[in-house]
Design a protein. Structure first.
Length: 308
């Protein structure tokens, strides 16, 4: 019984820090960071979903994507949960002033779920257009959030997972993390706004290198390329370092000025992004219907590089 375990744990704790933990469909208020870990273990029986914790007197919210055993591949359930949680933060965490996005365990998000991708190859083109537009929309609330957003890339961030990180205002990772917009190696064009956010946030040559080669690069390379603000030595340091950056933002910046500044920085981007998402969905639907996409899926199943 989760509630009974929480009661037992909290009676043993005497720490003053108050942390709130939310998993889809349930919210608990508990005391002490050790209880957070205990609560997360209890809730992990549900291996697929999105968790929420808050620190810094509830001023920093941490949203964690979780798909255990699948490197946090982004299923439709995770996508829908993510949208609901981010859209609802103003009510569930009214004092929040910074949002950190990360992944469970040693992965950030290794792209869309393979079974879901295989289904796209069996779906008619017009239907895929609508499905892709809806799927992108589950994550675009990051660009409309009134909070500054930080991606704590604690492991592989590939394809759609990389694009989620690119939606964020700031990105941190570890030296050995693997990142990449590997769409072209899967027989499809970039989606999830990648064809817009990557060129918009990186230099022309870096963006072209990331998109047109589809190659995987390390966190250390990402730092050198300007993809991330900082790459720390180990994956275990990524979230703590991201929280330190969040604490700096929370403690030293005006929330009113921050809100107005984010609107200025994002307004032109979000307007252009909507049109680009439409084009991406149309293009990906055409790619899903092509033979190259089936070759790529077959190669993934055979754990071999595709031959186009």
């Amino acid at each position: 019984n989760i509630l009974w375990c929480l009661i037992q744990a909290t009676t043993r704790m005497r720490k003053k820090a108050v942390v709130s933990t939310q998993s889809t469909g349930a919210v608990r208020r508990v005391q002490g960071f050790s209880v957070i870990r205990k609560c997360c273990r209890l809730l992990s029986d549900n291996k697929e979903g999105v968790d929420v914790t808050s620190v810094h007197d509830n001023k920093t919210v941490v949203v964690t994507m979780r798909n255990e055993g699948k490197m946090n591949c982004m299923t439709e359930k995770i996508a829908r949960d993510f949208q609901g949680i981010v859209n609802g933060l103003s009510e569930s965490h009214p004092h929040a002033r910074c949002l950190v996005v990360t992944g469970h365990g040693n992965s950030f998000a290794a792209g869309a779920d393979l079974a879901w991708l295989e289904e796209r190859g069996r779906t008619e083109e017009a239907k895929n257009v609508e499905i892709m537009k809806e799927y992108y929309g589950f994550f675009t609330p990051l660009l409309r959030s009134p909070l500054p957003t930080i991606a704590a890339i604690n492991g592989p961030a590939m394809g759609a997972g990389f694009c989620v990180a690119m939606f964020c205002d700031l990105r941190l990772t570890s030296h050995d993390a693997k990142l990449g917009a590997n769409f072209l190696r899967l027989g499809i064009n970039p989606g999830m706004g990648g064809s817009f956010t990557i060129p918009a946030k990186l230099s022309n040559q870096v963006a072209n290198n990331v998109i047109l080669t589809g190659r995987t690069f390390t966190g250390k390379e990402a730092e050198e390329m300007g993809v991330v603000v900082k790459a720390v030595a180990s994956k275990a340091e990524v979230l703590p370092e991201s929280l330190r950056l969040a604490q700096e933002i929370v403690s030293k910046t005006s929330p009113i000025a921050m809100r107005e500044t984010l609107q200025l920085l994002r307004s032109s981007q979000t307007e252009q992004l909507e049109a680009q998402l439409e084009r991406e969905a149309l293009a990906q639907a055409r790619c899903f219907a092509a033979a190259d996409y089936q070759r790529a899926l077959a190669a993934i199943r055979a754990k071999k590089p595709p031959v186009f």
